[in-house]
Ligand binder design. Sequence first.
Ligand SMILES: NC(=O)c1ccc[n+]([C@@H]2O[C@H](COP(=O)([O-])OP(=O)(O)OC[C@H]3O[C@@H](n4cnc5c(N)ncnc54)[C@H](O)[C@@H]3O)[C@@H](O)[C@H]2O)c1
Ligand SMILES: O=C[C@H](O)CS(=O)(=O)O
Length: 479
Amino acid sequence: MIHSSLVKHSSFINGQWLSSEDTFDVINPYNQELVAKLANANVVDTENAVTAAKQALKAWSALSADDRSIILRKWFDLIMANQDELATILTLEQGKPLAEAKGEIAYGASFIEWFAEEGKRVYGDTIQAPSADKRIVVIKQPVGVVAAITPWNFPNAMIARKAAAALAAGCTFVIKPATLTPLSALALAELSIQAGIPPGVFNVVVGNDSKTLGKVLTTHKDVAKFTFTGSTAVGKTLLKQCTSTVKKVSMELGGNAPFIVFDDADIDAAVKSAISSKFRNAGQTCVCTNRILVQESILEEFTNKFVSAVKSLQLGNGLDDNISIGPMITKEATCTVTQLVEDSIKAGAELLTGGNSDLGENFYQPTVLSGVTNTMPIATNEVFGPIAPIISFNTEQQAIDMANDTDYGLAAYFYARDIGRVWRVAEALQFGMVGINDSAISNAAAPFGGIKQSGSGREGSKYGLDDYLEIKYLSMGGI
Ligand SMILES: NC(=O)c1ccc[n+]([C@@H]2O[C@H](COP(=O)([O-])OP(=O)(O)OC[C@H]3O[C@@H](n4cnc5c(N)ncnc54)[C@H](O)[C@@H]3O)[C@@H](O)[C@H]2O)c1
Ligand SMILES: O=C[C@H](O)CS(=O)(=O)O
């Protein structure tokens, strides 16, 4: 168990901490030890959270963007002042190495800093009217109460990335974080109090009956907008549930990122980039490299250098120094990747390094498979684990066709130096985000999001507010 003033044990609704006899456990993925027992929210609690957000909306949206900015900036300052403690809580509930957890806290906070300023840049229009006695004005207003559901793999940043834009736009917010990793969200709630965010503006509902709580958030008539980050399968279910009240919806879903290495690439740079993109968060990242496509003429050189680098990665407890890969989130997740590897080897792939680990039930070694085809399970599924499948190709068009042969369209990466190739491949790849000689693509200034079955909408950047604003057209006659 962890003892910190930022560790909270119940939902946060209308500025109050809820209590309940019914509890659920938060478990440390490293050793399966109990981290905390939390009060389990129910339907009524969730409805009360929406009501609190609706009641707080008028006053919060009536504040000037500057006044909201001051409060959000204070929230950012408090998060950064508590970065180490927040990171420790995050690693205890999610497992990632502490250095990555600290990075996630700063990354999540950067969206609050970004939208504290961006909220001041909501602009409207005046439009030339068709007749002299009319005037046309376009204004933008906050959509209203926003409900959100987020995943376990980035338990701080996925919430901050949404709440920052929603609050800056003048909306109020109800979040149901992942059942496996609720502590980071509750710590943000505690700091929201200290920042002066009024009761009802930021509400956190925690519970282990996601389906029931999610049904309230996707069907409640007072929720104007629903935003989800998670798997494509769950996203489709929630999207359907939102139709009954025609909510404004944004979806950040699954991915199947290709990492293409062409024969004109800087191979050493490509190896380093592929390692960080593949093994960040033990491969449990939506924009992780999922398939490595290497041109035949450089396949041996790239593979040898990549395998050598993988063998230097250290598996262990995220709280310890010099650990590059922590545990996977659950035993079930480990079993899933084990099956994907075994099925691909049966289909003809070769294990170059890695495989099962004796460190514990949630551990799987950083693994490289060669001789993989784009139709093997390890290439067609979102692996969400520390497995690097290497697929060879001959021509540029073959690489593009293989990269695009997926229902996902979130992130893609490629390494090349010929300027003509860079433009041809960048424009041909069917993904929302493309890293060119770069795989560190996530930041608050850029529009994060996907196409196809990776979702809709964008988070971060000047585009990130659009999802939380409604356009209103004013027609003035009789002038
Ligand atoms: N595109 C992005 O920005 C992004 C970011 C992070 C993760 N992801 C994706 O999320 C997935 C991994 O996260 P996960 O395992 O938590 O995903 P998940 O879809 O299983 O769960 C996500 C959230 O939905 C909740 N949930 C699950 N079933 C539900 C239901 N029937 N009704 C209501 N809520 C429900 C969970 O409790 C959790 O809070 C991967 O596919 C990954 O690619 C995408
Ligand atoms: O897993 C999904 C996250 O959005 C990854 S990132 O931290 O935004 O790159």
